[in-house]
Design a protein around this ligand. Structure first.
Ligand code: MAN
Ligand code: CA
Ligand code: CA
Length: 502
């Protein structure tokens, strides 16, 4: 019961958190801070400078990225904002690539927000130790041999602590997560948010190019960072080396609802500085143009149209981007569909297994196999066929029985008509013969009795006429009877033999 309650509480918490996030997202005002950002194309200018940033050590900036530390042994480099920030809360999105040919690389990359700018060749991932503020370290190399790198961690410092490089800062970190960020197909990304003293780090593992694929790495409350600090990125290699490239650094200031700065509220002094900066850049550009013309007097004035895209080019680019987006969406849908199909197939096979016997997978375009104890089409057909066969057999049996009946009827009739048939075991003639014999014998008996009576009535002594004795008469009668019986048996035998042929 308690477990159910805690589960429910967790769910409610997640729901509340999501709702709060949505409400926050709708209310928090974001402003892009170009002076604390860099991105391609034209990330670095021709002279190699990155506007509003300063870099040093082994760092090299190009039009496409800033290589903070190259894949050579013992390199250190860093890039820092020129000016401190003038807002309290912020969100920074950095896209970077840590690449190297080794199975293990080193040493890693650091994102900084500190009270003052750090060094360009320091001891902590290429920048200064004993910093005041926060360092977010992407530590590739497992110095303490705990098999827990690459690791991402936030470390706070009040300027008093030395970073324990050999322990990978394991006793100093505020919070962190174990994530691989080396050699990914797309740039890895981190979104670092500092809003109302809550520090949140989201990480994108670079396995897709999808903006939605961030996941939480760490979240810490009651974090106090310096006011008006500097942003920086540094990197270092050691005995092992990776390339450490930052592709973009995009800063947004975050403003609590009701405290949103008015758009034109640029202080006069600031405005003047900006105008001055702009004019300086313009001058520099003109100078460079003049120098170029001097060096290449034969060359025509470059066609300015080539420098900018035409309407058609822009339209084409937009179409291309739109198509790319559509392609991306279709690919995601495809992946989801594959996942659904996979799940369905797994469920089907599980169900058919539990129902007894594994069903064959459905061929594409066919109906999926039936589940549970429902009957299948081919089984229905088989039942119908069996039924048909049974009906046919029954018809044949009926026919056979009818034929048997008629035949037996015929036989009975024939037997009734034929006096020799076995129904009458004794022949008709024999019966009449026997009754005739019985009658004859009775007649003989009567005669004998009459004779005996006459003898009794007559005076004693033998009659004058000669007479046959009784014994002789009886012997004659028995002989007669035996002859008749013998004849009868002989005839029956003959008839039986004849029937066998019939
Ligand atoms: C050497 C040293 C370490 C470093 C590793 C990995 O051992 O330079 O400081 O972390 O190589 O590069
Ligand atoms: Ca390390
Ligand atoms: Ca470690």
């Amino acid at each position: 019961m308690e477990r159910v309650d805690s589960h429910l509480n967790k769910k409610l918490f997640v729901l509340l958190f999501t709702v709060l996030n949505i409400v926050n997202a709708n209310l928090v005002h974001k402003k892009f801070e170009y002076k604390y950002s860099f991105k391609p194309p034209y990330l670095a200018q021709k002279d190699g400078s990155v506007p509003f940033w300063e870099y040093g050590g082994n760092a090299i900036a190009s039009a496409e990225n800033v290589r903070i530390a190259p894949s050579l042994r013992s390199q250190k480099g860093a890039i820092w904002t020129k000016t401190p920030i003038n807002f309290d809360w912020w969100e920074v999105d950095i896209a970077f690539r840590v690449t190297g040919r080794g199975r293990v690389g080193a040493d890693g990359l650091a994102f900084w927000f500190t009270q003052s700018k750090g060094a360009y060749d320091g001891d902590v991932f290429g920048s200064s130790d004993m910093w005041v503020g926060m360092g977010l370290f992407f530590d590739s190399f497992d110095n303490d041999g705990k098999h827990n790198n690459p690791y991402i961690m936030a470390v706070l410092n009040d300027g008093t602590k030395q970073f324990a490089h050999q322990l990978d800062g394991s006793n100093q970190l505020l919070s962190g997560c174990l994530r691989d960020f080396r050699n990914k197909p797309f740039p890895t990304r981190a979104k670092i948010e500092y809003y109302q003293n809550i520090l949140t780090v989201l990480f994108h593992n670079g396995m897709t190019n999808n903006e939605q694929d961030y996941e939480v790495c760490l979240r810490a409350e009651n974090v106090v960072l310096p006011k008006n600090g500097y942003f920086g990125v540094s990197a270092a290699t050691g005995g092992l080396a990776d390339d450490h490239d930052v592709i973009h650094f995009l800063t947004n200031s975050l403003h609590i609802p009701g405290q949103v700065p008015t758009v034109n509220a640029v202080p006069g002094e600031e405005q003047q500085k900006l105008t001055q900066e702009y004019q300086d850049y313009q001058k520099k550009l003109e100078q460079q143009k003049a120098e170029y013309r001097k060096e290449h007097p034969d060359e025509k004035e470059p066609d300015m149209d080539e420098w900018f895209e035409t309407d058609n080019q822009r339209e084409l680019r937009q179409i291309f981007q739109g198509q790319n987006n559509i392609f991306q969406v279709v690919r995601e849908l495809n992946a989801k569909l594959d996942e659904i199909v996979g799940r369905q197939e797994r469920t089907m096979s599980l169900i058919s297994q539990t129902a007894g016997g594994v069903a064959p997978p459905a061929a594409p375009g066919q109906a999926p196999p039936p589940i549970g104890d429902t009957i299948r089409r081919h089984e229905v057909d088989a039942v119908f066929n069996n039924q048909k066969q049974i009906i046919n057999s029954l018809g044949e049996i009926r026919q056979f029985v009818l034929e048997l009946v008629t035949r037996s009827d015929t036989i009975i009739n024939n037997q009734a008509k034929q006096p020799t048939a076995q129904v009458q075991s004794v022949g008709y003639d024999t019966q009449s013969l026997i009754s005739e014999m019985r009658d004859g014998l009775n007649h003989v008996k009567q005669n004998v009795a009459q004779v005996a009576q006459k003898i009794d009535q007559s005076p004693s002594g033998c009659p004058s006429v000669s007479c046959v004795s009784v014994t002789s008469v009886l012997v004659i009668a028995v002989v007669q009877l035996l002859i008749i019986l013998g004849y009868n048996i002989y005839r029956d035998n003959k008839e039986n033999q004849a029937k066998k042929f019939y």
